[in-house]
Design a protein around this ligand. Sequence first.
Ligand code: GLV
Length: 388
Amino acid sequence: MPVITCIEDLKRLHKKRTPRMFYDYAESGSWTGQTFRENTEDFQQIRLRQRVAVDMSDRTLASEMIGQPVTMPVALAPVGLTGMQCADGEIKAARAAERFGVPFTLSTMSICSIEDVAEHTTKPFWFQLYTMRDEDYVRRLIQRAKDAKCSALVITLDLQILGQRHKDLKNGLSAPPKLTPSTIANLATKWAWGIEMLGTKRRQFGNIVGHVTNVSDTAELGAWTAEQFDPRLDWKKVEQIKELWGGPVILKGILDVEDAKMAAKVGADAIVVSNHGGRQLDGALSSIRMLDPILQAVGDQVEVHLDSGIRSGQDVLKAVAMGAKGTFIGRAFVYGLGAMGEEGVMKALEVIQKEMDVSMALCGKRDIKDVDRDILLIPEGFSGSWQA
Ligand code: GLV
């Protein structure tokens, strides 16, 4: 068993164990990958302020996201095709999140269905919604999430159409993988993944297959998104969905102050400052750069979370110190899942927890709820020198 000390270790194992098309799916940004890269690079520009001779005993990272207790302010983000990174992936990730005490968010584009995840977990999870042209299907999907006792609806606002990730097209991404000669050659080197995958019946989009009629091909994510996702999604529809759901709503994909104000106006319980992990609009600013202006505009009206670029506990600490009440990790947990299944997700969470805890202590703080900007060294003009 290799010694895992950081998220990079899990990423290396993930790459080794998982078919190329799924590793590439997780790892890609859109077009040139500029926003994808800057999401992580910009975190590194912010430095931490070392303090000494401060009592470091009895530390805690426990806090709340949308009023729900969390052992640390980190939720597992909705990630499409998670059940292709590892057999039964969504169930394994949800179980790890439950063991750890952080929220798990199930993607609409998951392999394991809402019902399947509910059946294999004991605590409520969050459900992420993509709105489809078929409004009746969306209504049924929301009802299914309610029946499964999901405790928040995360509505994604930045993916009515899919950003182009070159590798997905080149690899012919689909679930299950279509057996072309190059896919077969690659799968032959991933036998442990293949044996587990042969042992499960969950190999298609579980929330879709069997629940929609008249669709041409659910297997190809790109084609299916273009055909089914609702390009007419607007704030009025967001309000209608919120009403239909009737519970806590988190609006994900906010990267602009004006959109943040709209999200606060429609009464979101939280927003996620996000550029979809650099997978949608290449050339958009990183989430961490946009966090401050958005907090200044709506931080007193709505809870603000952040995703895109978090690969360590220090990244979480920086976002929280800036004012985010919570963060989401996508790739960081997917690496763990692809590397070692449920235990790998636990490992990813443990790594992040430890990095956050030790960094917080060395910054002279004992309680994550007391962490504020005082611990950060932010370069001048970090958020503010862009002209609209
Ligand atoms: C879907 O959420 C994707 O980014 O592929």
